[in-house]
Design a protein around this ligand. Structure first.
Ligand code: FEO
Length: 404
């Protein structure tokens, strides 16, 4: 793929990782891109680099525009290895006059690459540099999602280079949001938010207010992964506003793992009760669904009903995996309930409830445990649990929760 001129003398020169399938536990089933942006001005500047192994692809694209050794400045908006892995080799080739990064960025670069002699220049929110015709304004975005993260804003191009924020893990030949299927695009953006930025939702709210106060004129938002937002860049800001508020859309997720289908029978009966209660439901068998797809559904859900058989005095390993992952992502404003079958000890429901309480879900029922195989009256109790959760989701309990 050739470089793409996204604005006059501003080029996408990144790399496309078609074969990536896992991003530290997030299933990237359609690959990803590592976006880097080259600005041709009096000071030629490269914003971000790419993952180690993609250096040749990056340099090849830059070569089609300029000799890479003529680059003056490198800007490191984010230290994580998917954007800095090729930095040491780039520094060798480019011999930059300056490497701009945040204070935490400098610490992070030193801790990754142990190069005391690189020409670091630390910048903070409000600092700007001149590239010639253009200026670059820096906006620190600490903990979105690393301490070092920052945005670079070029007012002359009305371009916000937004690091990981507003990205999607999606490998495509297209570079702009208005060139792809909109439902797929927003699905990838939602999955990215749910699996990377969700724990920092309060900071996202603050950042959105800050950007509003700064009254930045933005025609284009260029994240470090996926498609560039140019058609209506306000749309992804609106999505982030909505997702970071974590308001329930009145939907439920039922997720379960099952040994001999008893817990599965219970899951389907609970789903029936939820649907009878007027709630839209997504049902996931953990044997066939990835944790990161379930988290995407959790983004819109107000209720989670989680089930596991008991195995060796605990829950099944895939449910433990989901709960561990979910706990780290800290979804807020959820109600919960648990269910599961057992043979003789039956700890799973209690353990699921305990973890849901740790995540600060409002557990609206002690849960249902059934020995071995549910009888008809057990399944009826599961339907009633679905009714109860639906009622609570619609405001029947959970006062003080942001439930709609
Ligand atoms: Fe795309 Fe936080 O790295």
């Amino acid at each position: 793929m050739p470089p793409v001129e996204i604005s006059k003398d501003v080029y996408w020169v990144g790399a496309v990782d078609w074969n990536l399938r896992d991003f530290h536990g997030y299933s990237v089933d359609r690959g990803s891109t590592y976006n880097a942006f080259l600005v041709k001005d009096r000071k030629i500047t490269l914003f971000d680099t790419v993952k180690q192994g993609f250096k040749a692809e990056l340099l090849h694209r830059i070569h089609r525009i300029i000799d890479p050794s003529t680059i003056d400045y490198l800007v490191v908006n984010h230290v994580e290895m998917d954007h800095s892995g090729s930095l040491p080799e780039l520094v060798e080739v480019v011999k930059p006059e300056r490497i701009f990064c945040s204070g935490a960025g400098k610490k992070g670069l030193l801790a990754h690459f142990h190069q005391e002699n690189w020409p670091y220049e630390v910048v903070k929110t409000g600092d700007s540099i001149s590239l010639g015709r253009r200026t670059v304004q820096f906006i620190e975005t600490r903990m979105l999602h690393w301490p070092d993260s920052m945005f670079s804003y070029i007012p002359e191009d009305r371009l916000l280079i937004s690091s990981d924020a507003f990205g999607q893990h999606w490998a495509t030949t297209e570079r702009f949001d208005d060139e792809v299927d909109q439902a797929l695009l927003l699905g990838h953006a939602a999955k990215y938010y749910a699996n990377i930025l969700l724990p920092y939702s309060n900071l996202v709210q603050k950042l959105l207010s800050q950007v509003k106060e700064m009254d930045l004129k933005v025609d284009m938002i260029a994240p470090d992964h996926g498609l560039i937002w140019r058609g209506n860049p306000g749309r992804i800001l609106e999505c982030y506003d909505e997702w970071s508020q974590q308001r329930s859309k009145g939907r439920a997720v039922v997720a379960y793992d099952t040994m001999w289908h008893s817990t599965e029978m219970m899951a389907r009966a609970i789903l029936d009760g939820l649907v009878e209660g007027g709630v839209g439901v997504e049902l996931f068998d953990l044997a066939t669904n990835h944790r990161s797809d379930i988290m995407t559904a959790v983004l819109d859900a107000g209720a989670l009903v989680l089930g596991s058989s008991t195995l060796n005095n605990g829950m099944l390993p895939r449910m433990a995996d989901l709960l561990h992952y979910m706990k780290g992502l800290r979804p807020a404003n959820k109600i919960g309930a648990a269910f599961g079958s057992y043979g003789w000890s039956g700890e799973a429901v209690r353990l699921i409830n305990a973890t849901m309480e740790e995540i600060k879900f409002e557990v609206v029922d002690p849960g249902i445990s059934v020995q071995y195989v549910p009888a008809e009256d057990d399944l009826q109790k599961c339907v009633e649990l679905g009714h109860k959760v639906a009622h609570a989701l619609k405001g029947g309990s959970g006062e003080g929760q942001q439930l709609e």
